[in-house]
Design a protein around this ligand. Structure first.
Ligand code: UTP
Length: 228
């Protein structure tokens, strides 16, 4: 299968900062997936690195400039993962989809970050998945699926097992697009998932769930594309 992962920055680069053990675990799981003969792209988020830097720069600069800082953070996180992947990847973070596709055709794991301001790496991953005609987009994040309301704020929030891409659009349409803001799925990503009819799942980004996402054993949310 041709797979695109949106790997949340807060998953790979948690609040406590970078950890060798964490990066090793993710590199091993992605190598395992590659060994199963899948074509694999990973779009890495900026996580706390992005948010910390943006929160300072915002005192002085506009959102577009803060977005540029976010993009650099996503590329830095990508480079750390690339270094841990060794020969499975190429020591270069593609900055556009043509470059990414060329690397994929060399049978390497593609690891990239952001591209342009005003969206997140979820949107990059969805757009890349559309560009390369991926079979599956997997959004691996710090929440274990899509909820009817924010589970970090509401105790009675309920996880949704399956929803249509139109329903996802409704849930995400009110999310902010400010630099460093975080919602379960970026509103632009939701639009791309809907228009490209991308088969998508949202899972908790643990190494185990990432492996489970290749079968039906995951505990995340399935988004049914192109249905009302
Ligand atoms: P992320 O994709 O990491 O956003 O990009 P996020 O919502 O913080 O996701 P998690 O927490 O990592 O899962 C970080 C920031 O970088 C900028 C945006 O400001 C975004 O909020 N960015 C990223 C862009 O402007 N364009 C991109 O293509 C990617």
């Amino acid at each position: 299968m041709k797979l695109v992962f949106a790997l949340g920055g807060s998953v790979i680069m948690p609040k406590e900062g970078p950890s060798l053990e964490n990066i090793k675990k993710y590199a091993e799981v992605f190598k395992k997936i590659k060994d199963l003969k899948h074509d694999l792209c990973i779009v890495v988020g900026g996580g706390y690195t992005a948010r910390n830097y943006i929160s300072i720069a915002r005192e002085f600069s506009n959102e577009a400039f803060c977005d540029e800082i976010g993009i650099l953070s996503t590329r830095m996180n990508s480079m750390v993962l690339i270094s841990a992947l060794g020969d499975y990847s190429i020591k270069k973070v593609p900055e556009n989809f043509k470059e990414a596709e060329l690397m994929l055709n060399l049978n390497k794991i593609v690891v990239m970050g952001g591209t342009h301001p005003a969206h997140t790496t979820d949107a990059v991953a969805a757009s890349l998945a559309e560009y390369i005609d991926a079979d599956l987009l997997i959004i691996a994040t710090n929440v274990d699926g899509v909820y009817n309301k924010d589970p970090n704020k509401y105790n009675d929030a309920k996880k949704i097992k399956t929803l249509t891409s139109k329903e996802l659009l409704n849930i995400t349409s009110s999310s902010s697009i400010n630099a460093g803001s975080s919602s379960i799925v970026d509103p632009l990503a939701s639009k791309i998932i809907d228009r490209a009819k991308l088969k998508t799942i949202v899972i908790k980004g643990t190494p185990e769930e990432i492996l489970n996402s290749l079968s039906d054993r995951h505990n995340g949310t399935i988004i049914l594309p192109g249905e009302d």
